[in-house]
Design a protein around this ligand. Structure first.
Ligand code: URA
Length: 175
């Protein structure tokens, strides 16, 4: 399950791996965590077609276990290829596995909500939306972090509005 969204998105969200629903439907974040992600996007005036949503691991780990290092390594060329093609300005990492792709020793508890400049792009670490489903107190933290996103994009891109760089409705088909 590669992901979906705008092929020239300024913002790419990267989750962990598809779950059962995503695997079945071939779309990212279609379960309960996805409903919260949609709410988060709406909070800053965005919707799915404005951004790209991908995962570190492209296949569902059995039983929803954490992805293994060799699975992450096997999927890395695909994620790298997606980022090379889309060339986003801001990558929002959702959860620790996604954060580790950009900041290997970063801890989500310390780094969430703090943008990190990495080469040409900015990594904006956030908790995984599913974390709020398990730990309700994180919900407001995640929402607070999300509210910073438009300013981060403006600061690093000089953009006036978050969104994609005009794709004429084209959607990315990588696979
Ligand atoms: N969780 C993720 O990390 N990715 C998805 O696509 C769905 C749930």
């Amino acid at each position: 399950m590669p992901g979906e969204g705008a092929d020239r998105a300024d913002i790419v969200f990267i989750g962990e791996a598809p779950g059962q629903n995503e695997d079945r439907l071939g779309r990212p974040f279609v379960g309960p965590a996805g409903i919260f992600l949609d709410e988060l996007l709406a909070l800053v005036g965005l919707s799915r077609p404005d951004v790209y949503i991908a995962n570190v691991v492209k296949c569902r780990p059995p039983g929803n276990r954490d992805p293994l290092p060799d699975e992450i390594a096997a999927c890395k060329p695909w994620l790298d290829g997606q980022l090379d093609l889309i060339r986003p300005k801001v990558v929002v990492t959702l959860g620790r596995f996604s954060l580790a792709r950009f900041i290997p020793n970063g801890t989500i508890g310390k780094m969430h909500g703090k943008p990190q400049k990495i080469g040409d792009l900015v990594c904006f670490p956030m908790y995984h939306p599913a974390a709020a489903l398990h730990q309700g107190s994180l919900r407001s933290t995640i929402m607070e972090d999300m509210r910073r996103l438009p300013d981060i994009l403006k600061e690093y891109k000089g953009a006036t509005e978050p969104g994609c760089r005009n794709d004429g409705g084209r959607q990315l088909a990588l696979f």
